[in-house]
Design a protein around this ligand. Structure first.
Ligand SMILES: [Zn+2]
Ligand SMILES: [Zn+2]
Length: 323
């Protein structure tokens, strides 16, 4: 009996990790972020969309929580990925999370080995913390862009990223519809960026760093989550307009990234900033209130409609290509 309970522990932990995401400010689906997304959606339906302006509050809720979206077979696959990736996290990723600080230490040592111990740069603590906060946000976002770009442009990586793009309806939980290999790559990216920036700051300033934060998370990411990051994966096409969309990715722009239309392929890779897309020629400005169909080419779509199939299909596709 004890052995059986032990065997069940990771499953229990995975379930509590998945459900705990709604209560964790570090997670995009933390419930206050979802509530702010709901408020923004209601404002959009009431004031920014001519077609829905005259509907009642009850009709708005029906529109937002339509079973055609939330109970769509594609959404069910998203939920399974949320649970499965939580299990992957419990079994494979969390045991290595401590590596974040260890890697920062390696970076400090590499600096020392390369140029020796230097005099500390004397900046005020607030100047150090503000520069760290900004640099971390910008470099972290750029590294996300680069990895996302590679997931589309490198053929074998695209096979894994297809899992995310095969979503035919978008809900905030589609964020978790990623193949475990992609999940791992993003975790690795986070470890490398954190280590490089934190280690370098420690080497040059020889002081502990406190990024500007709200609820113990980076202030920039908190704001990003609070102003509707969840609507990127939704059927609410909020755009920021011609000018702002050149600097920040709007929900509508990420929905374009998920579009089946050929003109939208490989556009808008950015997370927070769209300047990277501008520099790499992949920027696509959204058109207000345009309806978009989501997914990938029909032939591939059917291969990724099912959870278990989505797990092994990338490997099968890669093997077929090698043959
Ligand atoms: Zn993508
Ligand atoms: Zn997406």
């Amino acid at each position: 009996m004890e052995g059986f309970i032990e065997w069940l522990t990771p499953f229990y932990e995975a379930l509590s990790t998945a459900l705990g995401s709604f209560l964790d400010p570090k997670k995009r689906i933390y419930f206050p972020y979802l509530i702010s997304a709901l408020i923004l959606s209601l404002l959009y339906l009431r004031f920014a969309n001519k077609a829905t302006r005259s509907l009642s509050f009850f009709q708005y809720l029906k529109y937002l929580f339509s079973s055609k979206i939330w109970a769509h077979p594609s959404a069910l696959v998203d939920y399974k990925f949320l649970l499965f990736n939580s299990l992957v996290k419990v079994l494979l990723i969390t045991p290595y999370l401590l590596a974040h600080t260890a890697f920062a230490y390696v970076v400090v040592q590499s600096w020392e080995a390369a140029i020796g111990i230097k005099d500390t740069i004397l900046w005020s603590p607030s100047a150090i913390n503000i520069s760290y906060t900004i640099l971390f946000l910008v470099l972290s976002d750029f590294s996300r862009f680069l990895l996302h770009y590679a997931l589309h442009k490198v053929p074998f990586l695209w096979e894994f990223h297809k899992v995310h793009h095969a979503a035919e309806v978008l809900t905030p939980l589609t964020l978790y519809r990623v193949h475990p290999i992609e999940f791992f790559l993003f975790r690795l990216r986070s470890l490398l960026v954190f280590g490089l920036i934190t280690g370098s700051f420690f080497f040059w300033f020889r002081t502990g760093i406190e990024p500007l934060s709200v609820l113990k998370i980076h202030a920039g990411i908190f704001i990003f989550n609070l102003i509707g990051a969840n609507l990127r994966h939704s059927h609410i096409p909020i755009s920021f307009g011609n000018v702002l969309e050149r600097f920040f990715i709007s929900p509508s722009q990420h929905q374009i990234h998920h579009s089946v239309e050929a003109q939208h392929y490989d556009k808008n890779f950015g997370s927070i900033f769209s300047i990277w897309d501008g520099l790499f020629g992949s920027l696509f400005i959204s058109q207000a209130n345009k309806k978009i169909a989501f997914g990938i080419e029909k032939e591939e779509q059917t291969k990724f409609n099912n959870f278990w199939q989505s797990l092994y299909m990338p490997f099968k596709n890669i093997l077929n290509k090698i043959k």
